[in-house]
Design a protein around this ligand. Structure first.
Ligand code: CUA
Length: 332
């Protein structure tokens, strides 16, 4: 990382967590983010050098050409100096051309299409206020809020929205791209090493915008294949008496109107797909850890957990919620 961006990091660390924290765009974890930081770094270098030159010339001029005591006449006037005019036209033009070369080159390199070679396609749909991820190459398996990807592979994301405009942003893996209703935008990302990368909707989309989070779970190819196999053969049959009751409540109280659970007749598409719920780290679009107690709180009163959440408070009885949690905690 160059000096100017390094300075920016130090300044940012004092006031803005996004520069150094788990959503830091200055700590790239894949080729796309690395190329973007490289571009930022070289632009900052050019601007930093211009600043140094301009500041130096200004300081010299202030000292050398200041008014001396007793001086009354005007200093020599230099308007219409062809050499100076040419100099301050050509130098900025060259600098802008230099910036344009890097920008245009990266724009082409990062431009994706759904048919990009040797890549995994994932259709991403933004919803108020959660994310849906669908894998057309893997029997259209669907998950929500936690995007699983294999490391070292290009992941082409087809981005669209079910309602209003959102913006997909996982800073360590790449820059922002809008999700626009009725249109599909494509970007690609790639993770170098396995790990969890944090992201966030970056376009104001309503009350729950700040809580519209996501994670990218970058896995070794073997772990990713295992996840795909689990998703293709979901465990959804309740085993205990309590979970069996939960399974029935899921339809009776209305959960199945909005949610899909793979391997069951429940196929609602308004809310997140819950097929691999037990495998998720967080719930409510990565707002709270996925524990039975939190799941209870969430079902009991979604708006209390996440203001603006579209999931309705169904005013369920305690025994219904307990049974639902018992069932949902079995899904994997
Ligand atoms: Cu979705 Cu902001």
């Amino acid at each position: 990382m160059g000096l100017p961006v390094g300075l920016l990091t130090v300044l940012g660390a004092a006031g803005c967590g996004s520069l150094t924290g788990k959503e830091s765009m200055l700590q790239p974890a894949g080729p796309v983010a690395a190329a973007q930081v490289q571009l930022l770094d070289s632009s900052m270098w050019i601007m930093f050098e211009i600043f140094v030159v301009v500041a130096a010339v200004l300081i010299i001029a202030l000292i050398r050409f200041r008014a001396r005591p007793g001086q009354t006449a005007l200093p020599p006037q230099v308007e219409g100096n062809n050499r100076l005019e040419l100099l301050w036209t050509i130098v900025p033009a060259l600098l802008l051309a230099l910036l344009a070369v890097g920008t245009v080159k990266e724009t082409f390199a990062l431009n994706a299409s759904p048919t990009m070679k040797n890549s995994v396609l994932v259709d991403v749909t933004g919803h108020q206020f959660w994310w849906s991820f669908e894998y057309p190459g893997y029997g259209n398996l669907i998950t929500a809020n936690e995007l699983h990807i294999p490391v070292g592979k290009r992941i082409v994301l087809g981005l669209t929205s079910a309602d209003v405009m959102h913006s997909f942003w996982v800073p360590k893996l790449g820059g922002k791209t809008d999700l626009v209703p009725g249109k599909e935008n494509y970007i690609w990302i790639e993770a170098n090493t396995p790990g969890i990368y944090y992201g966030q909707c970056a376009e104001f989309c309503g009350t729950g915008h700040a809580d519209m989070r996501l994670t990218v779970d970058a896995q070794t190819p073997q772990a990713f294949a295992a996840w795909v196999a689990t998703m293709q053969h979901p465990v959804s049959t309740p085993t205990t008496a309590l979970a069996k009751a939960g399974y029935r409540y899921f339809a009776q109280v209305g959960c199945s109107t909005c949610h899909t659970i793979g391997g069951t007749p429940y196929a609602g598409v308004v809310g997140p797909n819950l097929t691999d719920l037990t495998g998720r780290l967080m719930i409510a679009a990565n707002l709270i850890p996925n524990t039975p107690a939190n799941l209870y709180r969430w079902i009991q009163d979604p708006q209390a957990v996440k203001p603006g959440a579209k999931m309705p408070d169904l005013h369920l009885k305690s025994k219904e919620i307990t049974a639902l949690v018992a069932y949902l905690e079995q899904l994997k």
